[in-house]
Design a binder for this molecule. Structure first.
Ligand code: ACO
Ligand code: ZN
Length: 291
């Protein structure tokens, strides 16, 4: 939901240093006031503790032994890992992650109470440790069947396909749960762009994969319904329909809606396949839903 406070208050942090990156924040985040008038704040890239100077950070790093996010590593493929962090058991980390994320999210309420959330942190491994790339949070119980609350790729990693990986991962979790899901509203402009792109790619892929019947009138129709698509992908029915409509593949014929396939969409499919470089490999996900 909206937070009036966060919407009206202006950016309060000049610069954040995190590992080898320096980032200019986009929005307000409720860091303690003592930190707000400094030229930069310094974050431990592993536990996300915030400090007021480079010296303080150096001192912290001598004591801070962790080299990866807390919680369970539930996925690893090459150098890409996901950690599941419980907002109750790892409150310090979860709160620090929310503070960091808020710098790049304007319309989201910051949850001081992290207890009801799980945080799926994506990290890249090298010889120095697991470096946070981005994350999404997810309610442990969602009445509205949301499978993502907040999603973020840190600015230095944006526009490289990581957002797509986070989204794909969130739907893999939903598949394991045997549920459909959708991101919490409202979406940011960048969030909407990323979800539209993922939904289109995923649905087109299924349509092409499954056999089609030739209609004789220049049209091909897939042997799949909206419900089939939703079940196979865990994308909520409404999102499947809006995606089909956007792609102009959902037509009203003789009193009912049908899904059609066009030649144009086959070209879109080929272009997409070339563009997507890394994907989530579901076989590497070591995770079962809680009870
Ligand atoms: N301009 C145009 N298109 C963009 C941009 C951009 N700045 N950023 C992403 N896209 C498009 C890409 O072109 C791509 O589509 P395509 O493959 O069809 O070309 C698609 O979005 C995904 O691109 P990725 O590189 O995978 O996205 P990225 O790694 O940058 O992550 C994200 C996307 C998570 C939304 C990132 O921009 C971000 O963290 N933004 C700030 C926080 C935010 O707005 N989060 C979403 C809030 S809504 C919610 O939390 C439920
Ligand atoms: Zn630390």
């Amino acid at each position: 939901g909206h937070s009036e406070d966060a919407l009206t208050r202006i950016r309060n942090i000049e610069m954040v240093e995190l590992g080898r990156f320096r980032m200019v924040p986009w929005y307000f985040s409720p860091y303690p006031v003592e930190l707000t008038r400094l030229p930069a704040i310094y974050l431990c890239e592993f536990c996300l503790k915030f400090l007021k100077s480079a010296t303080c950070l150096r001192r912290h790093l001598e004591k801070c032994r962790i080299k990866h996010p807390p919680g369970n590593e539930i996925y690893r493929n090459d150098n890409l890992s996901f950690f599941e962090v419980d907002g109750r058991r790892n409150k310090f980390y979860a709160q620090n992650l929310c503070l960091l994320a808020k710098l790049f999210l304007d319309h989201k309420t910051l949850y001081y109470d992290t207890d009801p959330f799980l945080f799926y942190v994506m990290a890249e491994k090298d010889d120095r440790g697991f470096h946070i790339v981005g994350y999404f949070s997810k309610e442990k119980e969602s009445a509205d069947e949301y499978n993502v609350a907040c999603i973020l790729v840190l600015p230095p990693y944006q526009k490289k396909g990581y957002g797509r990986l986070l989204i794909e991962f969130s739907y893999e979790l939903s598949k394991r749960e045997g549920k459909t899901g959708s991101p919490e509203k409202p979406l940011s402009d960048l969030g909407l762009l990323s979800y539209r792109s993922f939904w289109s790619a995923t649905i087109i892929e299924k349509l092409i994969e499954y056999k089609t019947t030739w209609q004789g009138n220049g049209q091909e129709r897939p042997m799949l319904s909206v419900v089939d698509l939703s079940t196979m992908t865990s994308i909520r029915k409404e999102d499947v329909i809006s995606t089909l409509q956007q792609l102009n593949l959902y037509k009203y014929y003789h009193g009912q809606y049908v899904i059609v396939i066009t030649d144009e969409i086959k070209h879109v499919y080929e272009k997409m396949q070339r563009k997507i470089k890394v994907r989530i490999d579901p076989r590497r996900l070591q995770w079962t839903p809680r009870d």
